[in-house]
Design a protein around this ligand. Structure first.
Ligand code: ASP
Length: 325
């Protein structure tokens, strides 16, 4: 059985099947990683399959940039993942609009937002980075650019996601539920064997959002940030709250000030709580951080934020982060 997070939640993480997929000893445990490489870490349970592709690149001494681009394409192309790429839940008008960004060890970056009809927005973001003088293209402009660069126009709304949207329309209440799959993003950060960092972040955003809404995920500094001297960070959860604190940039700057990746993620999450003491009890926001030595951190507002990590010491596996609440 494919180990989706919903499956995990149903089993409460305690049943027999879940126990083999998520050994209880792993929950909250963080192996210490001093100067280890390569490392790849990515958000949520779908990160595990994504890491497999990233690891192929990293273990062959490839570039972290190529690893993260390949890795996040796994959930992007999976029609059963309803929060990323193909099969993503649509906005309230029934349109699947995708957001993605990518950043490399030279502070090169590229992003697309509100992009429709393209299965792999991360690959378009990389093309924006490499082929244009710009960082971000949005909407029709991003689509035109993608088509001009050989990407195929496809239908992203699957019958399942269309059905879920029609069901939602009956009440049409916009209320993102923490850890339920009406949102989620794959954010992936990696350190390669040459000790260079890169990251990628891609999502269909909050389901049933207003048409044109853009979250944190394609915003360099919010959903993703990489500084090859220090470290990299990525986020998931309610993007508006991450943008308000410029979350991933904050995490990297906190590491620059001497905090461990874990401390940096915790301070950033507490900043969300400080901004929105009441709202923060209802929503999810989570961060992953990786520093230049391959040490990592993970922290979220709510329980249930899982991530997948692989390094020479850790076979690709899923952990649950500590949380504020
Ligand atoms: N951060 C994404 C957004 O706000 C959604 C998520 O990661 O859950 O679009």
């Amino acid at each position: 059985m494919k180990s989706t997070r919903r499956h995990f939640l149903k089993l409460g993480g305690l049943g027999g099947a879940a126990a083999s997929a998520f050994p209880l000893t792993n929950l909250f445990a963080q192996p210490s990683l001093a100067s280890t490489k390569p490392v790849v870490i990515s958000t949520w349970n779908f990160g595990k399959e994504a890491n497999v592709e990233a690891w192929k690149v990293l273990s062959a001494n490839g570039r972290a940039l190529d690893a993260v681009e390949k890795g996040v394409q796994v959930p992007e192309g999976d029609p059963k993942e309803t929060s990323v790429g193909l099969g993503g839940l649509p906005d309230r008008d029934g349109r699947v609009t995708l957001d993605a960004c990518i950043m490399d060890e030279f502070a090169n970056c590229g992003a697309v937002a509100c992009l429709e009809h393209i299965v792999h927005p991360i690959a378009v973001a990389r093309k924006v980075m490499e082929k244009t003088p710009h960082v971000m293209l949005v909407g029709d402009g991003a689509l035109q650019f993608a088509l001009a660069n050989g990407f195929k126009k496809e239908k992203l709304l699957t019958p399942e996601s269309e059905k879920a949207w029609k069901e939602w329309l009956k009440e049409a209440k916009y209320k993102p539920v923490a850890n339920i799959e009406n949102h989620d993003t794959i954010g992936m950060i990696a350190l390669d064997q040459k000790q260079n960092l890169s990251g990628a972040c891609t999502t269909s955003g909050m389901a049933y959002k207003l048409h044109g809404r853009v979250g944190d995920s394609p915003i360099i500094g919010a959903g993703l940030f990489v500084d090859n001297e220090i470290g990299a960070a990525t986020s998931t959860g309610v993007g508006e709250e991450v943008i308000r604190i410029v979350g991933s940039h904050l995490v990297v700057e906190l590491m620059r000030q001497g905090n461990t990746p874990q401390q940096a993620c915790e301070i950033a999450v507490k900043r969300v709580v400080k901004n929105q003491p009441e709202k923060s009890k209802q929503i999810q926001v989570g961060f992953l951080a990786l520093n230049k030595n391959g040490e990592y951190g993970a922290y979220a507002l709510q329980k249930g934020f899982t991530y997948a990590i692989q390094s020479p010491e850790i076979p690709n596996q899923i952990f649950e982060s500590k949380s504020y609440y």
